[in-house]
Design a protein around this ligand. Structure first.
Ligand SMILES: Cc1ncc(COP(=O)(O)O)c(C=O)c1O
Length: 521
C-alpha cells in the first residue's frame, strides 16, 4: 500500500551558503541581460546541486499521482494513461516543432490534426471539429460563442441558456461568460431532467440547453430524444458537454442523440491525465449549419497539401494562440489509433462495468440515491453515517488518505447530501477496486473520533480549508511575511530583494492601492 513520505529535514529555504563542488566555475554573465532587469540580490538560497536534487526528490515522494495510485475523482477523473502516448508526444519532431514554421514544413503536424478532427467527427457524430480550445470549460465557452454567432447571423435575439441542476459548475459559468442569462431546471425523482420543467423553461429567447449525458450522477438521460424535440421545437440549440463521453464511446454519440454542439475532454477520454490545471484540450464539434462560425484557422486539404484557411468571414475568430495544446492532441491521436473503434468501445464498457461493480458492493454500507444503473461514475451518500455517527463525507475522504488512497470527489453534485462521487475508470484492476471498496466499508465501521480527526499519517494533517482558501500562502516568502506580521512587523520590504524590475512593479502596485483605496495583494 502506498504511504506518503514524510521528511524531518530543513526546508531548502532554511539552508544557505555552502560551496557547490559540482559546479566549480562561476562566470560573470551580467552583461547578457538588459541592465534594468539585473538583480543585485536574489532572495533564494545558494546551494550545491546535490541539495537541490534532494529537495525536489523529497517533494516528489510526498506527492500522489496516477502513476502510483488509484485516483477515483468523479467528474474530474485522473485516469492512468498509457506511456506510449507520452513517448510519442515527446519525440523531437513533436516537441521541437515551432508554430511559426511555414505550412510546408509542418505537413505531418497538420495531417495529424486534420485526421484527429475527422476521428472526433466520427466518434461524436458531428460534421466538423475545431481543436483549439485548451480545456473542457474553454470548449464550453467556445460552444456558447458559436451559438451566439449563429443566432446573431440569423437575426434572432436569444439571451438565455438553460441548464439542469446536475450540471458541472463550468456549464453555467461558461454560458454566463459568453453573456447569456442562465436558467436552471430541476431533476426529477429519477435523477434525470424533469421534462415538464424543461418544457416550461425554454422559449424563443433560449439559445441553448446544455447537458452532459450521462449526467453527473452517472445516469444516462434516457429521454434524451424527447429533450431534443423540446429544445429544437423552440428553435434553440442542444449543447452536449462531452466530458463524460468515456461512458458511451462507440455505443452511441451526441450526433445520434440530435445534439448540435459538443465538446470533448481529450484529457479525460483520450489520454493525458486531467486536473491540477495542467494542459488539456477541449475540441468542439458542430453540425454543418454551425461550421462557418468555427474558430480560424481551419485545416484544409487542397491539391495534395494541408493548408491553414484563415478566409472565413463568419468565424468567431481565434480562441487560443496557434493550434491549441499540440502535445495533448498528439497523445489523443496516438490513443485513438492504438485503441481503434473496438478498443474505444471496450474502454467505455469496462469503465461502466467497474463503476457498477463498486456501486453494488458499496450500496449496503452507504446510501445510494437514485437506484438506476450507472455509467462510468456513481454517487453514494454518507448521510446515514452523519446521522448515526456524526461522520461526514469529508471525514471519510480524509480517512482514505491514511490508507494511502486518494479521496473521491465530495459534496458534488449538490443535490445529493453528503455526496461521495466515485469514478473508477477503465484502467483499474479488480484487486484495486476491491481494496477501495473494503477500505470504504472499514472506515464506516471505525471509531468516529478516529475518522473525524483523520488524516493521521500524511505529511500534513487536516488543514483549515476556509483559512487556506481565504489566506492562500503559496510560497515560502508569503509564509515568512505572515510570520513577521504575527510578530508585529508588517514590512514586506525584505521580501522584495534589490530588484529594480520588482521595485517598479511594487511601486505600481503601491500607487494602484492608493488609487483604488484598498489592498490589491
Ligand atoms: C461534466 C464536466 N463538464 C465539464 C468539465 C470541465 O472540464 P475542464 O476541467 O477540462 O475545464 C468537467 C471536468 O472534468 C466535467 O466533468
Amino acid at each position: 500500500m502506498y504511504h506518503q513520505a514524510r521528511y524531518e529535514r530543513k526546508l531548502i529555504f532554511e539552508k544557505d551558503g555552502e560551496t557547490d563542488f559540482s559546479m566549480p566555475f562561476e562566470e560573470d554573465v551580467s552583461d547578457m541581460a538588459p541592465a534594468n532587469m539585473l538583480r543585485d540580490r536574489l532572495d533564494i538560497p545558494s546551494l550545491p546541486e546535490r541539495e537541490v536534487v534532494k529537495h525536489y526528490t523529497d517533494l516528489s515522494e510526498m506527492n500522489y499521482g496516477v502513476d502510483n495510485g488509484f485516483y477515483p475523482l468523479g467528474s474530474c477523473t485522473m485516469k492512468y494513461n498509457p506511456k506510449y502516448a507520452d513517448v510519442v508526444s515527446s519525440l523531437p519532431t513533436v516537441a521541437n516543432i515551432h508554430p511559426y514554421q511555414d505550412e510546408d514544413s509542418i505537413q505531418g503536424a497538420l495531417q495529424l490534426m486534420y485526421e484527429l478532427e475527422k476521428a472526433l467527427c466520427e466518434i461524436g457524430g458531428v460534421d466538423a471539429v475545431t481543436l483549439q480550445p485548451a480545456a473542457g470549460a474553454h470548449g464550453e465557452f467556445t460552444g456558447m460563442l458559436l451559438a451566439k454567432a449563429f443566432f446573431a447571423h440569423k437575426g434572432e435575439e436569444r439571451v438565455e441558456v438553460v441548464i439542469p441542476d446536475t450540471a458541472h459548475g463550468t456549464n453555467p459559468a461558461s454560458a454566463a461568460m459568453a453573456g447569456f442569462n442562465v436558467t436552471e431546471v430541476p431533476s426529477s425523482k429519477t435523477g434525470c431532467v424533469d421534462l415538464e420543467a424543461l418544457e416550461s423553461a425554454v422559449s424563443e429567447k433560449t439559445a441553448a440547453f446544455m447537458i452532459t449525458n450521462p449526467n453527473t450522477l452517472g445516469i444516462f438521460e434516457k429521454d434524451v430524444q424527447r429533450i431534443a424535440e423540446i429544445v429544437h421545437k423552440v428553435g434553440a440549440l442542444l449543447y452536449y458537454d462531452g466530458a463524460n463521453l468515456n461512458a458511451v464511446m462507440g455505443w452511441t454519440n451526441p450526433g445520434k442523440m440530435d445534439f448540435d454542439i459538443v465538446h470533448f475532454n481529450l484529457h479525460k477520454t483520450f489520454a493525458t491525465p486531467h486536473g491540477g490545471g495542467g494542459p488539456g484540450a477541449g475540441p468542439v464539434g458542430v453540425r454543418g449549419r454551425l461550421e462557418p462560425f468555427l474558430p480560424v484557422p481551419r485545416i484544409v486539404f487542397k491539391e495534395g497539401k494541408y493548408r491553414l484557411d484563415h478566409d472565413r468571414p463568419q468565424s468567431i475568430g481565434k480562441v487560443r494562440p496557434f493550434f491549441g495544446n499540440f502535445a495533448v492532441l498528439v497523445r489523443a491521436y496516438a490513443y485513438i489509433l492504438r485503441m481503434g473503434g473496438d478498443g474505444l468501445k471496450e474502454a467505455s464498457e469496462k469503465a461502466v462495468l467497474n463503476s457498477n461493480y463498486m456501486k453494488e458492493k458499496l450500496k449496503g454500507t452507504y446510501d445510494l440515491p437514485f437506484k438506476d444503473l450507472r455509467k462510468h461514475e456513481f454517487v453514494i451518500s454518507a448521510k446515514r453515517l452523519k446521522e448515526q455517527k456524526e461522520v461526514r463525507a469529508l471525514d471519510v475522504a480524509k480517512r482514505l488518505l491514511d490508507y494511502g488512497l486518494h479521496a473521491p470527489t465530495i459534496y458534488f453534485p449538490s443535490l445529493v447530501e453528503e455526496a461521495l462521487m466515485i469514478e473508477p475508470t477503465e484502467t483499474e484492476t479488480k484487486e484495486t477496486l476491491d481494496l477501495y471498496i473494503d477500505t470504504l466499508k472499514k472506515i464506516a465501521e471505525e471509531n468516529p473520533m478516529l475518522v473525524r480527526s483523520a488524516p493521521h499519517n500524511t505529511s500534513a494533517r487536516r488543514i483549515d480549508e476556509v483559512y487556506a482558501a481565504k489566506e492562500a500562502i503559496l510560497s515560502w516568502r508569503a509564509f515568512r511575511k505572515k510570520e513577521r506580521e504575527k510578530e508585529g512587523d508588517p514590512s514586506d520590504e525584505k521580501d522584495r530583494g534589490d530588484c529594480t524590475l520588482c521595485r517598479s512593479i511594487v511601486g505600481d502596485m503601491d500607487s494602484l492601492k492608493k488609487r483604488i483605496g484598498k489592498s490589491v495583494d
